[in-house]
Design a protein. Structure first.
Length: 259
């Protein structure tokens, strides 16, 4: 019985090592490199969670539009290292080239994979959210007191919190397409993500009820949800804006008006 604390300590150490080993698929047991797709995940929600552009994740994993994922699938969610890129380059170089040899004129086929990232991010026909049109005006997603207004925007403080009442309407900050509506992201509760154009996404967390589903097209100021509670029983909306996967300060974009 005297050895029980030591056994528990060893068990915790071994468990921690196994968890770290499995998750790393990580670098130094710190930066997560891979993600196992769960039911309900989308490329947009995964990119949002890891702070990466969904198009980059698609490129790293050779996933074509419309970005179909399968539960159990492993995805790279961090930029590949030099060795990975060299391996991919070698793989592309080893592919048999296609050419025509007519009148001794050789025309080499263009390897699409060798084009730059920007060109590989081609727009989906008919989907206005894949165009480069800028958002001319960002509207406040809900009315209420801005919590911690003096708290500076940072990697930890990625958005803003707006206090309100249970069930209070939450609106789309700008027109766009619903690319995620679910509760699979830890720390965000019932979450809605809207894609506005090629660069910008907005996110609305801790909803009591979501009134839209993935694929819906919404207009600016259209109600998309009802305000809910955080795990510590605070009624609020946590709101974020991402540009190419990276958080930006919403207060620098939202219209100056009473909210």
């Amino acid at each position: 019985m005297r050895n029980e604390p030591n056994l528990q300590r060893i068990f915790r150490l071994v468990s921690g090592f196994l968890i770290c080993f499995i998750a790393v698929l990580s670098v130094g047991c710190g930066t997560l490199v891979h993600h196992k797709v769960e039911r309900g995940d989308s490329l947009y929600s995964i990119g949002f969670y890891y702070g990466q552009d969904y198009r980059d994740i698609a490129q790293w994993n050779n996933i074509p539009t419309p970005y179909v994922l399968k539960p159990g699938q492993w995805l790279r969610v961090a930029p590949p290292d030099k060795e990975w890129w060299e391996g991919r380059k070698q793989h592309n170089n080893n592919k048999p080239s296609r050419f025509t040899n007519k009148n001794k004129k050789i025309t080499r086929a263009v390897d699409k994979n060798s084009k730059n990232t920007a060109k590989s991010r081609s727009a989906m026909p008919g989907d206005f959210t894949d165009r480069a049109n800028p958002v001319s005006r960002w509207a406040w997603p809900s009315k209420g007191k801005l919590l911690n207004p003096k708290k500076k925007f940072s990697e930890r403080n990625k958005g803003i919190d707006i206090a309100g009442r249970q069930g209070q309407p939450i609106h789309a900050t700008a027109a766009g397409k619903i690319v995620y509506s679910g509760n699979g992201l830890i720390g965000y509760g019932k979450l809605i993500i809207i894609k506005h154009n090629k660069s910008y996404l907005s996110a609305y967390a801790h909803n009591e009820k979501m009134l839209v589903k993935e694929g819906d097209i919404v207009k600016q100021n259209q109600q998309i949800a009802k305000m809910g509670q955080t795990p510590d029983q605070h009624v609020l909306l946590h709101f974020e804006i991402r540009k190419n996967g990276k958080p930006v300060d919403p207060l620098r974009l939202l219209a100056r008006q009473s909210h």
